[in-house]
Structure formats: C-alpha cells, structure tokens
Design a protein around this ligand. Structure first.
Ligand SMILES: [Zn+2]
Length: 461
C-alpha cells in the first residue's frame, strides 16, 4: 500500500513547464497502473509521469500534478502499463501478396503506399519501434517523424546487400545484375567483389541507413539460391563490416549455415538474424562475442507446417523450409542454456491484412510458449531497445532509451488489459495461427498506445 501523496508543484519548476524554451511541454500523468518496466519479472505499483516525449518520473509514491490545459491525467484502472513493442526484423517495402517476382511489375508509388499501410498496421498492434531489415530507406521514416503519418519509429538498413544469385537477388532468371526493379528502386543491392560491396553499403548510408544488412547464406523465399549456399567471400563481408564501422554502426546478417554464422561472428558481425540451425559451438561463440540473436522462431513451430505456402511438397521454397526444420531441432535448448541477447523477429513478407495479423499474433504467442512470457516480453521491449543503440552516433532516436519504462526513456507506452507476464494474449498474442478468428486492425486488449509522448489510441474510458 502506498500511503504518501506527493504533490508535484510545476509552478516552481521552469524546466518542467518548458518555460525556458517558450511553449510549455505537454504533461501526462498515468495513475492507477501496474508497471511492467521491461526488465523486472513482476509488475510494479508505480505512477508514471511523461513530459513532452520523455518519461520524466516513475514513482513508487503517488504523484499529483496541478491541472492546467497542458496536463492530462490518465487513470489506468489498475491495468498494466508497459513499453511500446519493438519488432527487430520487418520489411516495410515487401507488404504485398504473391511471389517475389511480382515486385518486378510493381511501381515505387504502390510499394511506398503499401509500406505506409504497413507502418499504420504495426503501430495499431502496439509496435512503437521497428528495425527494418532491408529494403527501406528513410523516406517513410521522415514522413512519420514529421507527424504526417501514423507509424512506429524506424531503424532502416537501406537496400539489402546480396551477391549475384544470393538471397537478395530477386530478379527472374532472364534478368541480370542491374536489370531488376528491386535494384532500380534501391530496395536490393546486388553487388559482387569488395569494391561493389563498399559502393553499395556506402550508398545505403548516404540514403539514411543506420546499419547494414548482408545476406551470407541461402534463404527460403529466394529462388536462385539453394538453402545450403554460402554467400559472399570473407573479403566481401569484411568490406561491409568495415564500412558499417566507418559510420559508427554495425552489420546484421541473414544467415542459416553454421560455417557462415561462425565466420560472420569472427569478422565482426553484431547481429545474427535467423540462424535457426545454429550449432552449440556457434551459440557459445555468439554469446562470447556479445552479439544479438534474432531468430524468426515461428518457422520452427509445428503450426508452421499448415502454412498455405508450404502445402505443395515440390515447391522449391517448401523443400528448403523442410530441410531447415530438420536441421533446427536444438534451437530452444541452446537458447535456454546460453541465454543470448535475443530480439523479436517477425520477418513476414508477401503477406498483408488478416493473414499478416494472424502471423504476428501467433509469433508473440509462440515466443512465450517456447521461452516463457518474461523472456518473450524482454525480446519485444528492452532487448530491442538495446539493439537499437548499436547504431551508434547515427542513432536517429538517441534522446532516450527505448523498450523500457524508466526516467529519461522515450514515452513509448502501452496500457493493456491484464498482466502480460501471466497471459501473453493481452498484448494481442494468439494461440491459433491459420485457424485464428480474423481480426480487424485494432487490438482490443491494448487500451492505450502512446509514442513519443503522443497518444494514438485511448479506449480506457
Ligand atoms: Zn527478413
């Protein structure tokens, strides 16, 4: 029980009023909430004060503010206040159904409009930050940050960096390097040899990328490369790492094969994306190096076998998918044993609307089913926020921390009905995937969504 009522008098605090800078900053006080702060495995009885776009105070004692036009007091009705969610692997510019080849006939206007729809979709699900893992530059981010469009914060990789016939070479067999729409639009960079890698990665940074994504193994959806293919030489990969480091940032790799995983870590790659079939030796190495692990875990769920795309056993991607699953039986055990810094990775492409929502909702559930709610929530919050900082001096959101509820952090806040540490469904998770009841964009159990101090949704009343 909290007995003391602490009255905060803003009159005496010029900085809290923002008086020195002219216009006073907006104040929001959240009371009557239980706080999941991102790092503690239980809910805390706290009041949370937001000033402008940052969290100003997280108090054990009840807070009170003097009511002015500038002040909003929100009674959380005993619900859970938690950090906005972070998805550390999305593809804004691939929010489209069909096959990869259809991008060859899609205009930039449509791809851009679809990305805007995707951004709105993500914010409506409570994702206040995404790390876009290739394809997006900062055009859409700028529009969102300017307040013209609702969407999450975006950490953009720029065009994904692939060798010829690699996982990011999406053209048809008749198209050679430089001839594809994806390259013209700079969504993909097909580069070979050290010089072209340097040029491609440098070009990404010029367009606003804050880190680099490189494909170093075969992939499931791509059509020109077998899953076992090793991609890029050490020299080429090193060129990407050196360039990223020149910009004060890091390289994340799309990787499946263990030899590629090992050499990536040894060459200075900081984030392993996918890596579902990681060996025990490589998991140890990943933890030793302090790298982040970003597995698209849902591919290994039993429910994934029901994926409509995988119903034809002769379809090339299905064969690759099945091979990968057969090689990836120890992932959960290694994660539990070595506890890598792990982030949430949805990585859905070629899906929109209801099927997209079903995948996302199930992915949250599956993460919690495999590793427990606290672990899943950390991947979705504090761990994603820590990963965001790897972008170094180019970090576009360096004013505060992301993924945590603490003083000085960005005011990216959800209020959800129920305790997500006990029931992951309160953040929109679903134990059903393909058979799930179709839902609208809105997630009803998320009652409030605040990003950067601005309230985008409030159904508490
Ligand atoms: Zn991806």
């Amino acid at each position: 029980m909290r007995k003391l009522l602490l009255i905060i008098c803003f009159i005496g605090s010029a900085s809290w009023l923002g008086a020195q800078s002219g216009t006073p900053k907006k104040i929001t006080l959240f009371t009557n909430v239980q706080v999941f702060d991102g790092t503690t495995d239980r809910l805390l009885n706290r009041d949370v004060l937001v000033e402008g776009n940052l969290i100003k105070a997280v108090s054990e004692e009840p807070l009170a503010v003097i009511q002015t036009d500038n002040v909003t007091i929100i009674d959380g009705q005993g619900m859970t206040l938690m950090p906005g969610l972070i998805d550390s692997h999305t593809h804004l510019n691939m929010y489209k159904t069909g096959s990869l080849h259809e991008f060859e006939g899609t205009t930039w206007e449509e791809i851009g409009a679809r990305a805007a729809a995707f951004a709105q979709e993500m914010l409506a699900m409570g994702f206040t930050t995404i790390r876009d893992m290739g394809g997006a530059h900062v055009g859409l981010k700028n529009v969102i940050d300017e307040g013209l469009l609702d969407g999450p914060r975006i950490y953009a990789a720029g065009g994904f960096v692939s060798q010829t016939s690699g996982h990011g070479d999406f053209g048809m067999l008749t198209q050679r390097k430089g001839e594809t729409n994806m390259e013209r639009l700079e969504i993909a960079r097909v580069v070979d040899g050290r010089d072209e890698v340097l040029e491609g990665v440098r070009r990404n940074y010029a367009l606003g990328a804050v880190y680099t994504k490189v494909m170093v193994s075969g992939g499931v959806t791509s059509l020109k490369d077998p899953i076992y293919a090793s991609q890029f030489s050490d020299d080429e990969l090193s060129a990407a790492v050196e360039t990223a480091e020149d910009w004060g940032s890091y390289v994340a790799v799309h990787v499946f094969q263990n030899p590629d995983l090992k050499r990536s870590l040894e060459l200075g790659v900081k984030v392993i994306d996918h890596g579902l079939n990681i060996s025990e030796e490589n998991m140890k190495l990943l933890v030793e190096k302090g790298a982040f692990f970003s597995p698209n875990l849902t591919a290994l769920a039993p429910e994934a076998l029901l994926h409509p795309a995988h119903q034809d056993p002769d379809f090339p991607s299905t064969k690759k998918f099945m091979t990968l699953r057969e090689q990836s039986t120890n992932l959960t055990a290694y994660v539990k044993k070595y506890k890598p810094k792990m982030v949430f990775n949805s990585d859905y492409v070629l899906l929109t609307g209801v099927p997209y929502r079903q995948c996302m909702d199930f992915t949250k559930f599956h993460m919690a089913r495999e590793f427990g709610n606290f672990w899943a929530l950390q991947t979705l919050t504090v761990n994603g926020g820590e990963l965001a900082k790897l972008t170094g001096p180019g970090n576009p959101y360096a004013e505060g921390d992301l993924g945590v509820i603490k003083e000085g952090a960005y005011a990216d806040i959800l209020i959800v009905e129920g305790n997500p540490l006990e029931d992951i469904k309160v953040i929109g998770a679903s134990d059903k995937w393909f058979g799930a009841e179709p839902r609208e964009q809105d997630v009803p159990s998320i009652k409030l969504i605040m990003k950067d101090g601005k309230i985008y949704k409030n159904t508490l009343e």
